[in-house]
Design a binder for this molecule. Structure first.
Ligand SMILES: *Cc1c(COP(=O)(O)O)cnc(C)c1O
Length: 353
């Protein structure tokens, strides 16, 4: 060990899904959208003059913040924007989880939560999902330093209705409750309407899934003005200029085409319902998905075997080598053509066993 290395921060980083670089891959491993962003986004990106790049972007990202606030019917002081919702969640952890009591999130959930908690020295506890992978609300009705969970949860894809979220808020007036709505556009009502009644609610959203802009890195949070001001103060203590000119402009543009947005979400949901039937016929079971992915296990062949066999055929899905879920695969909903290739490969793999 080199002498200076004793001063190095030890971290256990989040491991993101693979981004294979070869062509002809069916990529169903990171829940990206298989369709392009709204046509207006393409058009606007062709008009960019590099001249704008010589200036710093607006540190308050007003144009995008106001556009998102108007889109959701919120005040202009109720939205915070960041470089993907990972950035937004990271700032939220730093901002709201500075207490001494442990924060709470499920044992099976978005794998980035324990990474941020560890990095920032936030104590945490992880109540177990029940045997059907449902979150037990009662586990969160006790003293804590804050709560974070995705709805729908990831990777289980299970959506809990708003009465579940409201009970969490009611039982935790002294904690910030963060609802990560990365997949809500494929699921059901957002917790947005609860913002009127609860100031301990923070909702995070992303452009990466339903808006097909994972590569642009845009995420945002919605909350009461005091919560958003607290996040802005923390953000301004790290990096003032997080959102590029291009991300701001394209982020605003994407909101203008509601019809396209809804049609893409609907297409993905329709394909998802078909995927459920086809996978069930092949011997897979899993929770009823309300997201743009399914979480399934086969009745005889191990998840890891299927994962490796699919990879040999250039089909990438996600496998988690983690207790309780190490027989499951998380499969993103792609285009109907991509899913056909998946079924064919699965028939081949399962037929061989
Ligand atoms: C994808 C995802 C995110 C992060 O998305 P960004 O690309 O950083 O916006 C956050 N939470 C969950 C549950 C996700 O699945």
């Amino acid at each position: 060990m080199k002498a200076w290395q004793k001063n190095v921060r030890r971290v256990k980083p989040y491991v993101a899904g693979e981004q294979p670089q070869q062509k002809d891959v069916v990529k169903l491993n990171t829940n990206e959208n298989p369709y392009p962003p709204a046509p207006g986004v393409q058009k606007l990106s062709e008009q960019f003059r590099t001249d704008i790049l010589k200036k710093y972007p607006d540190p308050d990202v007003k144009k995008l913040v106001y556009a998102l606030a108007d889109y959701h019917g919120l005040g202009h002081d109720q939205v915070f924007v960041g470089v993907g919702s990972d950035d937004v969640l990271s700032v939220a952890f730093l901002t709201f989880f500075a207490g001494k009591k442990p924060i709470l999130f499920p044992d099976i959930t978005y794998a980035f939560y324990p990474v941020w908690a560890s990095l920032y020295g936030i104590p945490f506890e992880t109540p177990g999902l029940d045997e059907n992978f449902r979150i037990r609300g009662e586990d969160y009705y006790r003293p804590n330093g804050g709560i974070v969970l995705p709805n729908p949860n990831a990777p289980t894809a299970i959506y809990e209705d708003l009465s579940f979220v409201e009970e969490l808020l009611k039982h935790n007036p002294e904690s910030m409750v963060i609802i990560d709505e990365a997949y809500v556009d494929f699921a059901g009502p957002s917790a947005l309407e609860l913002l009127k009644s609860y100031d301990n609610l923070l909702i995070t959203r992303t452009y990466s899934k339903s808006r097909a802009m994972a590569g642009m890195r845009i995420g945002y949070a919605m909350g009461c003005p005091e919560a958003i001001a607290a996040m802005n103060a923390v953000k301004a203590s790290i990096n003032s200029y997080t959102m590029s000119h291009i991300a701001i402009e394209l982020g605003v543009e994407a909101l203008k085409d509601e019809e396209y947005f809804e049609s893409v979400c609907r297409k993905i949901v329709d394909v998802r319902e078909e995927v459920k039937k086809r996978l069930a016929a092949l011997g897979f079971t899993g929770p009823d998905s309300r997201a743009n992915f399914v979480f399934v296990k086969h009745n005889s062949v191990a998840g890891e075997v299927i994962f490796q066999e699919l990879k040999k055929r250039n089909i990438y899905v996600r496998y988690f080598d983690k207790p309780r879920i190490n027989d499951y695969l998380r499969i993103t909903i792609g285009t109907p053509e991509e899913m056909e290739r998946l079924y064919q490969a699965l028939e081949e793999i399962l037929g061989k066993e």
